[in-house]
Design a protein around this ligand. Sequence first.
Ligand SMILES: [Zn+2]
Length: 127
Amino acid sequence: MERKIVDFHQDAIGDWIADLACGHSRHVRHRPPLVEHPWVTSEAGRSRHVGDVLDCVDCDRAGEVENPLEKFGRQVAVAVKFECLKAALDGYESARMSGLCHEGAWDLAIDRIKAVEIEDVIGRLPG
Ligand SMILES: [Zn+2]
């Protein structure tokens, strides 16, 4: 089942993992010549691929047994988690870059979470 990429993170050995809108994840490796995804090694490259779709085998496997309401609830939870995390990190980082101390940056991060737009969260829901 095709799912949108909402973010990336690294595993314990530094390989990149795409976080999918459904809450599952998938490795996206760059190991030439067998697997080539050179873009995954740069921040700019990864940002360009947020919103792309990948096939989620975990969803395919769970698809037949999962209650649709549970599935929708999980998708909403993932979208909310992602928007809040992104808001907090962006807020903290921009506060620090503009010279605020840790506490000031933390306050701004919280303000950014409070200002998360519900429309953005809905926009991240798959399908
Ligand atoms: Zn999935």
